[in-house]
Design a protein around this ligand. Structure first.
Ligand code: ADP
Ligand code: MG
Length: 695
């Protein structure tokens, strides 16, 4: 096919060497255009450039090596149905065997010839060997394709083998690489020490050397980060410029009135957060802010303060919590605070999924008529028939339990509402810039006075006698405990103690002279409420539960948290659970039981023993489990091809700053020098940008 006007958007069939059959193979790999194939990088790079002697290779067992050797002898033998061919190769320093299975094609061709062999070095029966080595003759005139070079290893499918990939990639680069636009001016490339875009793509496929391969990757990671940051910030920036949000009036009088209702003085950390949030609420920009604070740092009080400020501005406020338990607890806390002022006319309503239809209808009517001010709710508030009279402020508690789309859905029910999302799982810095990159962040530092630290330990499960003994002593001193299991019911496939099982066993056995309660999400709401009430009132000594109590539950007299099969939980989640027993002024205990023999799992739990710092724990959790698992299924990250959020954090940060600078100087990316990157931005994030553009 003659191609007079080659473009990166050309179908792969335009590439020399790609016919319909090959094209079909590529399409299976989701490679449709030239641009796709240019940016489909090898799975790994195999360094065959360092040729070493047989003797030197001894240092590289288990690794790939390239050796320049001469074929000495060939021997064929049988093992079962397999025919084994062994060729002994050697140089001045020693010998090594090449071993092939069922390789009838090998006869005497290597004998007496100088070759380069490449493959993973093994040691078998007193002999160094490589199984199925790649072999190339040194004395042949034609250019070697792979041996003795740094070679890319591509994903395979159909009839697409490495050899074909290599040849096709060579053609792609020759034909199309010159069409690839540079994003940045020369002086910027120098300043950031970035390889040019064309060099980077070329070196990703065929690196000149290992250093160049690394530089190429760095450059493209920077591009990924910058494009993502521009994508996130562009939309926000445009909204901000429009100044279409609400300007709340928060006067001295309002401030003093609200503070008078609070039963305590805000901590310095709370004050700082309040000041930042209030600043946003006063400004005509829409607020999109995340409030993070370690468990027990007092986010609810901050939420209460700003809620009353918004209500004083005659708008409604909705607070959405991930569980009914938590929603009801918030309602109780708010009601308790409000009852401290005899003059308060603030009306508060609970809206949850478990309400009777008739009650719900009445609630919905008062919400839509504006006769309630504060609506405390679960995701029930997202339902279609929920309408607000005038929703000015949205607060989402434990936001990591919700998806991004749920946040957006709630926002649609408001009218340029300000949004505050709160989380007790500290957001690792890299996620703050990416998954949460469209939010401003406030952090509550420190916790309310008088907090004692929680003593954490990770005993083996067979130490249970001692543990239950300890719990009985604590019960006798009036303390209470949570005992958390990863499962509700017995599970035949897993040898785990379910909450119900543990409850039955403890109630009848070790804790028979104490009151044991059971709580899990499958219980009726009324029963759950009743159990929580009894626990709150101290009538239950040990509450056996699933992770329904993970977030938010606030019962200061409960000082012991026992987690069964702790290795089944993520670190951030365990830290949350531990947060349940750091509430009061008594020393708390967190006992993470495990019978895992896995040393990695134990090392992980050890991090909790050593650290009480939610930020450190979240970073470790992210590093161990990766972005996908850390965020859970509810949240989806924004896919990166090359960037690793943990190891490439520095590049990400630089790209964030650069993106901010670019948008500050050129908010709509109109400058000539920004056209290449703008084009790519529209390519990748076009959908979002159009939404922003159309208001
Ligand atoms: P979280 O940040 O985990 O949601 P909460 O808002 O539930 O924390 O607060 C934890 C506990 O600390 C609650 O019992 C709350 O009443 C108390 N608290 C919050 N702020 C203060 C403060 N400034 N002074 C004293 N106690 C406070
Ligand atoms: Mg909370």
């Amino acid at each position: 096919m003659k191609n007079k006007d080659p473009k990166l958007s050309d179908s792969i069939q335009f590439i020399k060497g790609v016919g319909p059959a090959r094209a079909a193979d590529f399409i299976k790999l989701e490679i449709n255009t030239v641009n796709d194939i240019l940016f489909t990088f090898p799975r790994r790079i195999s360094d065959r450039s360092q040729i070493i002697s047989v003797n030197e290779s001894k240092k590289f067992f288990g690794k790939d090596v390239s050796l320049q050797v001469v074929g000495i002898s060939v021997n064929k033998s049988k093992r079962g149905k397999k025919e084994i061919t062994t060729v002994i190769f050697g140089d001045d320093t020693g010998t090594i065997a090449g071993v092939w299975f069922n390789a009838t094609w090998i006869e005497e061709q290597f004998i007496g010839r100088e070759v380069i062999i490449f493959g993973k070095l093994q040691y078998r029966n007193g002999q160094m060997q490589i199984t199925h080595p790649k072999v190339e003759f040194c004395d042949e005139g034609k250019e070697n394709v792979s041996v003795g070079k740094i070679v890319p290893v591509y994903p395979l499918t159909g009839n697409l083998n490495q050899g074909a990939w290599l040849r096709i990639m060579k053609n792609v680069l020759a034909q199309y690489l010159p069409l690839l636009d540079e994003f940045y001016p020369e002086d910027f490339l120098q300043k950031r020490q970035l390889m040019s875009r064309q060099d980077a793509v070329r070196n990703m496929h065929f690196p000149d050397n290992i250093h160049a391969a690394d530089m190429a990757k760095q450059r493209l990671i920077y591009d990924e980060c910058l494009l993502m940051q521009l994508g996130i910030l562009f939309t926000r920036h445009q909204d901000d410029c429009k100044q279409i949000g609400r300007s709340f009036k928060i006067t001295r009088v309002i401030d003093e009135r609200v503070r008078a209702i609070l039963p305590f003085k805000l901590t310095n950390g709370q004050e700082t957060a309040v000041a930042e949030i209030i600043e946003d609420m006063k400004s005509p920009k829409e607020m999109h802010r995340l409030l993070q604070g370690d468990v027990g740092s007092g986010k609810t009080a901050v939420a209460f303060y700003i809620t009353l400020c918004a209500v004083a501005n005659k708008t409604q406020v909705v607070i959405m919590a991930p569980t009914e338990l938590l929603a009801r607890q918030h309602e109780q806390t708010f009601t308790k605070f409000l009852s401290r002022s005899s003059k308060s006319k603030v009306r508060i309503a609970l809206l949850t999924g478990g309400m009777k239809k008739s009650v719900r209808q009445v609630r919905l009517a008062s919400i839509s008529s504006g006769s309630v001010d504060i609506i405390i709710s679960t995701h029930a508030t997202l339902q279609e028939d929920v309408h607000f009279a005038d929703l000015g402020l949205i607060i989402i508690d434990e936001q990591h339990k919700f998806g991004v789309s749920q946040r957006a859905a709630l926002k649609l029910k408001g009218n340029h509402s300000d949004v505050l999302v709160m989380t007790a799982t500290p957001i690792p810095r890299s996620l703050a810039l990416t998954v949460y990159g469209d939010l401003d962040i406030s952090t509550i530092k420190g916790s309310p006075p008088g907090r004692k630290k929680v003593k954490t330990m990770t005993p083996d499960s067979n130490k249970w006698r001692k543990i239950w003994d300890f719990l009985r002593k604590e019960f006798n001193m009036g303390r209470q405990a949570y005992i958390v299991s990863p499962l509700v019911e017995e599970n035949e496939n897993l040898d785990l103690h379910s909450a119900i099982e543990a409850y039955e066993a403890l109630r009848k056995g070790e804790f028979s002279s104490f009151n044991v309660g059971l709580l899990h999400g499958k219980m009726k709401r009324k029963e759950q409420d009743e159990v929580m009430r009894q626990f709150r009132e101290g009538k239950i000594d040990a509450l056996v539960s699933t992770v329904v109590i993970e977030v938010g539950v606030d019962i200061p007299n409960a000082t012991i948290m026992v987690v069964l099969h702790a290795d089944r939980f993520g670190l951030a989640q365990l830290h949350q659970l531990r947060g349940r027993v750091s509430r009061g002024s008594n020393l708390g205990y967190c006992i993470l039981m495990t019978d895992s023999k896995n040393t990695e799992a134990k090392k992980r739990l050890q991090i909790l023993v050593e650290s009480n710092d939610g930020f450190r724990i979240a970073e470790e959790d992210l590093a161990i489990r990766g972005e996908g698992e850390f965020l859970g299924t509810k949240q989806h990250g924004r896919g990166f091809k090359l960037t690793n959020l943990v190891t490439d954090f520095e590049i990400l940060k630089t790209a964030r700053d650069d993106a901010l600078k670019i948008l500050k100087s050129d908010p709509e990316l109109k400058h000539k020098s920004h056209q290449a990157i703008k084009k790519e931005l529209i390519n990748q994030h076009g959908h979002q940008l159009i939404i922003a553009g159309s208001g």
